[in-house]
Design a protein around this ligand. Structure first.
Ligand code: ADP
Length: 455
């Protein structure tokens, strides 16, 4: 059963249940009121009869009936009897005893009684008087109330059916309206395949649960797209990048073996093979790194990482590698709250990303020192790496983050063009941003920003 139908059914069940409860309560209240009212009318009759009985000697035997008919409307099948201490009924001699002795005695015992006898309602009262004690019993059929209750029951039933149907359709309409964004999401999701993971589900305006669902789904898509791209990049580039230097080596060797050559020529060929070999080694290393990042990427569980501590680790590493003071680490104003220095990340992946940038800075500005600036506060953690190298042109600023892209003029410097691609992906995974500042002639600054965990 569709959620829409289920929701409208639940809504109808709950609201019509409440409606039924109200209608039944009204019915019961009206019924009790009518019953009590009828007993009161019977009691009024017994009271009047008692007054007349006291003056009985002054009245003719059937005067009571006449008075009653004059002042009180006759009730259906009405019967009134007055019994003296000997259980002899006054006024009506024809049906001397109407109620059994047991009932009459029960009235004497209890003072007053009321009960239902089939369709009839009966009221009995015991009167003490200095002129004698007597029991009055009155009964009648409550035809009027029964008729009204039947009418009320019919009206209640009709109202219930009309409102119940109305509630079902109203519930269905609201459920349809509330779930219409879900229909839209389902249609959009249907068109997403592994071949078009760049597609995203359109966001809704109101910031509700559906908004969060779409937001999380889109984030999942982005993650999948990145992981997929990394894998595709690896597969697509691995064979090409490995084959190129190998072909070059084979070519050089074939040419050298073609005929006897002098020692100088052999040395040149060996140097060329060594250069290709080292390029091959670098490519294998970066492909392995790419594979490792890919593995981490798909399994990355983000945990709190203190960025300042990571920077001290990098400082130690580069002090050993390049010599003390070559990486100048500068800390700006530090917040007291340690959470403001902490981001959600994967420590070793973040280490790889920052190390790639520092490595490039040293590589392209050798032998000059590199400056690393760290700032935290206002909810963001910012790391800038500045060098005094050749700079990066405006056109290359976006391209350097592509896989295996290398700026032409830097081909003399060893590299594979994969470092910044990996760095960009990692930073994206942790929800950060990276930008390059450079005038294209001298010096480049890479600025990486993350949101602190405790914003
Ligand atoms: P690699 O350094 O292995 O070539 P990267 O992906 O790390 O690959 O960098 C891509 C390209 O971006 C480099 O080839 C280089 O041309 C350029 N680049 C990266 N960092 C710098 C820098 N600090 N200064 C100048 N150019 C840079």
């Amino acid at each position: 059963m569709k959620i829409k139908t289920r929701l409208s059914l639940y809504f109808t069940l709950i609201s019509s249940g409440a409606l039924l409860l109200v209608l039944v309560s009204i019915y019961i209240a009206v019924f009790s009121f009518f019953t009590a009212d009828f007993y009161k009318r019977l009691t009024d009759r017994t009271n009047l009869a008692s007054q007349l009985y006291l003056k009985a000697d002054e009245l003719a035997a059937d005067s009571m009936i006449q008075v009653q008919q004059k002042y009180l409307e006759k009730l259906p099948d009405e019967i009134i009897r007055i019994y003296d201490d000997n259980n002899i009924s006054a006024f009506d001699m024809k049906h001397n005893i109407y109620w059994s002795k047991d009932i009459i005695n029960q009235v004497r015992k209890e003072g007053s009684i009321q009960y239902e006898d089939g369709k009839k309602k009966v009221v009995g009262h015991y009167y003490h008087d200095n002129q004698g004690n007597f029991v009055i019993l009155a009964s009648a059929v409550d035809k009027g109330s029964t008729r009204r209750m039947v009418k009320l029951g019919q009206l209640t039933g009709i109202l219930f059916i009309i409102f119940g149907t109305g509630l079902f359709f109203a519930g269905r309409m609201f459920a349809q309206k509330a779930l219409s964004p879900v229909d839209k999401i389902v249609t959009e999701i249907r068109s997403i395949r592994s071949s078009n993971l760049h597609l995203r589900v359109g966001q809704v305006k109101s910031k509700d649960e559906i908004y969060e669902l779409i937001d999380n789904f889109n984030r999942l898509l982005e993650h999948l797209q990145n992981a997929f791209e990394l894998q595709q990049t690896f597969v697509a580039n691995a064979s090409h990048e490995l084959r190129t230097p190998l072909t070059s080596i084979m070519g050089e060797v074939d040419v050298a073996l073609d005929k006897p050559r002098d020692a100088k020529e052999y040395e040149r060929v060996l140097r060329s093979i060594a250069a290709d070999g080292s390029h091959l080694q670098e490519t294998i290393t970066s492909l392995m790194e790419l594979a490792q990042v890919d593995l981490h990427y798909t399994q990355a569980i983000l945990s709190p990482v203190r960025v300042d501590e990571l920077i001290w680790e990098l400082d130690e590493y580069w002090a050993v590698k390049k010599g003390p003071g070559m990486l100048k680490v500068q800390f700006g104003d530090m917040p007291e709250d340690q959470e403001l220095l902490t981001i959600s990340a994967h420590k070793s992946m973040l280490y790889i990303a920052l190390n790639n940038i520092i490595d490039n800075a040293f590589k392209y500005s050798a032998p000059q020192p590199v400056t690393l600036n760290f700032e935290a506060g206002a909810g963001t953690v910012k790391v800038s790496v500045a060098d005094q190298g050749p700079g990066i042109s405006e056109a290359d600023k976006a391209k350097i983050f592509r896989p295996f892209y290398r700026v032409n003029k830097d081909r003399s410097i060893s590299g594979s063009g994969i470092g910044l691609y990996i760095t960009g992906k990692i930073i994206e995974l942790f929800g950060g941003s990276i930008q390059v500042l450079s005038n294209g002639f001298k010096g480049s600054t890479f600025i990486i920003e993350f949101a602190a965990r405790n914003r």
